[in-house]
Structure formats: C-alpha cells, structure tokens
Design a protein around this ligand. Structure first.
Ligand SMILES: [Zn+2]
Length: 453
C-alpha cells in the first residue's frame, strides 16, 4: 500500500497502459486501475464501499469525524483561507506542507509589473518534474489580445465550432449574459485578458504542470497549450480539449486548447497573482489559478492518452465523477474557497444523493459529481494507506507521538486479527508501535489524523 501521491501515481500508470487504446470502455479501464492500485475488487466494489462508509451514520454519527476517518477530509472554516485545500499533495492527504487556497499554485512577484507576451507568439515553458527531469512545453497565444471568440451561447448540446466568430473588443462590443444583458465594457474584458495572460505566462501553466507531475507522475513534456478567450459565454468557466484528434480518437494529443470565459473573469483583481475573482461585483468567487490547475489536469490527460472522454458517446467515456474528480483532486476542495464544502457536507449526510452522484455516466459540468469524484479519490487514497505509511508521515512531520497512544486504543478495531495490540495500555513507545503495526493490512486513518487534532 502507499501514500496518497503514490496511490494516484500508480493509478495514472495503470491508465497509461491504455493510452493508444480507443475501443476499451472508460469504465473497464478504471475497473482495471482500481484492481491494480487499491485493495478493492474493481470500480463498482470501490464505489459501493465508498458510498456505504461515507454515509454510515451508525458507525460514525459525527459528519466531520466520518469524513476524516473514511476519506482523510478535514473541512475548512467559513472565511478561512489558511487551511489545507485537501489537494492530494497537501498536508491533509499526507504531504509535509499545508497547501492553502493561495499556495496550491505558487507565485512570486507582482502581476501588474510583468510584460505581456507578443500576440500570436508561442512561448516556451519549463519545469522540473517529479523525477527531477526538465520538461518543456509551449503556449500558443491568440493572434490578438484585443479580440475574443464569440460562441453565441452555445452549450454542450449545441456545440459547433463552425459557428464561432472572432470579434474585436471595441466600445460597441460587450459581453452578454444569457438573458442578453450587457454587463461588461470592452475595456474591462481587455484588462481581464491581460491579467489572465500574464498569470498563465509567468506562473499558472508552469506551476500547474509541476503540481500535476508531483501529484500524479504525469507530464506535459513537448506539448502545446493553445490559449483562447471567449465572450458571450458564461456557462463554463474554462474548458480544455484536444485540437489535433478526430472524434473517438483518445490517443495522445500534441495541441490542447484551453479557453477562458471572459464574462466570469471580467472582474478580476489585476494585482493579485492568484487571479482573484473574489472582488466586489465578481461573478465567480475564487482563485483562477486553481481553475487553471484543474484544466491543466484535463490537458495533460488529453496529451498522454489517459483521458477517455466523449460527449454524447457512450463507447469509451469515463464517468464524469472521475474525469472531473481527478481534476479537482490536484488542487483540493475541502477549504472555504469556491463553495465546495457545502456539497461535501450534503453528500456525506445523504446516502442516496451520494449514490446518485456516483453514476457511471459521462459528461462535464455537473457540479455535484466534481465533488463526489474528489471525495471518492480521497477515499481510495486513504484506504490504501498502511500503518507504516502513517507512522513514517508522523515521523517526517516531526510531531509528537503522544496522540498515537490515544489513536491506538481506537485502531485495535481496524487491525487484522493476527496483529495483537494491547488496547488496555495507553502508553506504548514508538518502537512498540512500529513492530505491532508492521503486519496490518489497513488501519484507521485516525492514527494519522490524530497527529493533527
Ligand atoms: Zn473539468
């Protein structure tokens, strides 16, 4: 068994075996990856256990305690931006550093002082990957930073790139809401293009690629990200797709497009390097750099053939909870930023809602499935941790062992019968703990989280 990052790295490895496969269904691929990576007998077995454990109010009546023990999830507090986001590489999932809303995609410097890249240019980006290797990728910028693409309120069901037009952002062109209300001036939209472009050029794309490498062991090496901006579209925040593949071809792609919906980001703090949209009158309140990290997961998975996603096609589609959950897991959802805590609480309190949110159907944009998928993957990671992983983490974090003594009292319930722990003895020294737990198959995450109380 393994730490959370090790589990997800193994999981991605299992998916990578199907990179050039275009006929095996996404569900079958996930089924294989679950068997290879976790103690569960397949995808459905893991889903059933997850739904039962997370909603089992008889076993653990307290909701926060239940989330903590089953998934390792520690919900943040309202208005508190200093807590760990629950990202797979962060503290709550077993990492050594707290990654909070501003820190999950790190930046240094002042955004407004940076120069814009040249319109129509392609810029080179580098990062050091999880294995210490230098990776290079490219960003292809739009031909003009004063123009945007008008999708004319297309939705996924009316998606038709042939109807898209490019419009110059002049005083006559505003971005509209669905109801036709014109709410943003061209000046605002141009400013938001500048803020997003600088964020992407200097930090967000590179740091997201590195974060994904550190979290999942997959890279964007040699690939191109094509960045585009949209007006008259606010039903998606940003989206990402392969541009050099025919329909039904899920083999690795070299050029992946990432689009940003300007109406949602027309009000963005021009000085905050995180892309803060939590400003007066803002439409969507969060840090845009986290959304970029989410979208970059899709981009990297399209680029290496691990995204088996089709809209309106059931043949190879992975379930929405997975394609979106895996994108959320890289930047975390437990904290206050972005309004996900309520959805986690709702799902953990309602078994049928949780089961519904774990439907195997594909798609994108169903927010409850982003949340359920994130919780499910945290559950798989948590259930794959072993006593030794937990103890070595506590060691690495340099925390006192005293909570372990308390946790051991509880851990007795979860250990295999062959392991004998004297649960009457509260004072057990470190060596004893190690030797007693060496042979256990799985153990209550309480042991680990006891160190965080
Ligand atoms: Zn997504």
């Amino acid at each position: 068994m393994a730490t959370a990052v090790e589990t997800m790295t193994k999981f991605m490895n299992a998916l990578t075996k199907y990179s050039n496969d275009t006929t095996t269904s996404g569900v079958a691929i996930l089924d294989e990856a679950v068997k290879e990576t976790t103690r569960f007998n397949g995808l459905q077995d893991a889903i059933n256990s997850f739904v039962n454990d997370v909603s089992d109010t008889e076993a653990i009546p307290d909701l926060n305690q239940r989330l903590w023990e089953t998934c390792g999830i520690v919900l943040g507090k309202k208005d508190d931006f200093t807590t760990d986001t629950g990202a797979v590489s962060g503290y709550n999932a077993g990492g050594l550093t707290v990654k909070d809303a501003a820190g999950i995609v790190p930046e240094t410097g002042t955004l407004s002082e940076l120069a814009m890249p040249k319109a129509g240019s392609t810029t080179t980006h580098k990062y050091i990957n999880a294995d210490g290797k230098e990776c290079t990728f490219y960003i292809e910028w739009p031909a003009s930073f004063t123009q945007a693409i008008d999708r004319k309120w297309q939705t996924y069901s009316t998606y038709n790139p042939d109807l898209w037009t490019t419009v110059e952002l002049t005083d006559q062109v505003f971005s509209e809401t669905k109801d036709g209300e014109k709410i943003y001036t061209a000046e605002q939209l141009k400013k938001s293009i500048e803020t997003i472009t600088k964020g992407m050029e200097y930090w967000w794309a590179d740091e997201s690629a590195k974060l994904i490498s550190d979290s999942y062991g997959i890279d964007f090496d040699g690939k191109t990200l094509r960045v585009r901006f949209l007006v008259n579209q606010e039903n998606v925040q940003a989206d990402t797709g392969a541009t050099d593949k025919k329909e039904n071809d899920t083999t690795p792609s070299n050029v992946i497009e990432m689009t940003f919906a300007l109406p949602l980001y027309a009000k963005i703090d021009p000085d905050d390097p995180n892309g803060n949209t939590r400003v007066d009158g803002g439409t969507y309140m969060n840090y845009l750099d986290r959304t970029v990290a989410h979208e970059m997961v899709h981009a990297v998975m399209y680029s290496n053939g691990t995204a088996k996603i089709y809209e309106n096609n059931g043949v190879v589609t992975m379930p929405e909870f997975f394609t979106e959950g895996i994108a959320e897991l890289v930047m975390g959802l437990d904290d206050y930023d972005g309004g996900n805590m309520e959805r986690i609480e709702k799902l953990a309190a309602d078994k049928s809602a949780l089961a519904d949110a774990m439907t195997l159907s594909g798609g994108t944009g169903t927010s409850i499935r982003y949340t359920s998928g994130y919780m499910f993957l945290r559950y798989l990671c948590q259930q794959s941790m072993e006593a030794n992983d937990i103890l070595s983490l506590i060691d690495a974090k340099g925390e006192a062992y005293s909570p372990i003594d308390t946790a051991l009292l509880k851990a007795g319930d979860y250990m295999s019968p062959s392991a004998s722990v004297n649960t009457d003895t509260a004072a057990i020294n470190t060596q004893d703990v190690n030797s007693l737990l060496t042979n256990t198959e799985s153990i209550n995450p309480m042991l680990f989280y006891a160190s965080n109380i």
